[in-house]
Design a protein around this ligand. Structure first.
Ligand code: AMP
Length: 197
């Protein structure tokens, strides 16, 4: 099963991805996590991405497509994956389609999280507070001003990705503002109806 979770930052994609990996035993491929790991490891990609990420802007399609291309070749991704935070632009969606079709594969379903923007900002503040309470460092890009920039980036670049998959008949929209368990239930319903579970 190859799934995409589509939605703005703070929509709950990461939380739902965690549940999907537990239930279906497929890895979560989060480009944000992969980029943060590259920054922490000080790789070339990390060095090129760091300032852009800290500003809440989008890393180039070329860099992101490159890391996804490598990641889906790893053994644990062979039987499927949940993409979280990718594709964020139509060129990324095109590149994904191409890299999968070269392997005889395709995206099975795209789950679009519909959200209320004002509520999102509150959620992100909560995520930052919870992280701080655990004694962990807060993501620089979760600061309110940078978060708003990420939201603007999403609206500018990623809004076109939903229609891209709607045209292909694999877009499913859900209410991302519903309680977490309810969102999980809706996703499972969609996967069952599409005979993917
Ligand atoms: P996320 O954890 O998904 O919110 O991603 C954190 C940051 O990583 C984003 O604000 C971007 O700077 C960068 N990033 C993650 N995924 C992508 C992507 N698919 N395209 C471009 N930049 C990305």
């Amino acid at each position: 099963m190859r799934l995409i979770l589509l939605g703005p930052p703070g929509a709950g994609k990461g939380t739902q991805a965690q549940r999907l990996i537990e239930r279906y035993g497929i890895p979560q491929l989060s480009t944000g996590d992969m980029l943060r790991a590259a920054v922490a490891a000080g790789t070339d990609v990390g060095k090129r991405a760091q300032a852009v990420m800290d500003a809440g802007e989008l890393v180039s399609d070329e860099i992101v497509v490159g890391i996804v291309d490598e990641r889906i070749e790893e053994p644990d991704a062979k039987k499927g994956f949940v993409l979280d935070g990718f594709p964020r632009t139509v060129p990324q969606a095109d590149a994904l389609e191409k890299m999968l079709s070269e392997k005889g594969l395709k995206v099975d379903a795209v789950i679009e999280f519909q959200v209320d923007e004002k509520v999102l900002v509150g959620r992100i503040e909560k995520r930052a507070a919870e992280t701080a309470a655990k004694g962990l460092p807060i993501r620089k890009d979760d600061k309110p001003e940078v978060f708003l920039r990420r939201l603007e980036e999403f609206k500018a670049a990623t809004t076109a990705v939903g229609p891209y998959y709607r045209e292909r008949g694999i877009l499913h929209s859900i209410d991302g503002m519903a309680p977490i368990d309810e969102v999980t239930r809706r996703i499972e319903e969609i996967l069952t109806a599409a005979a993917l579970d």
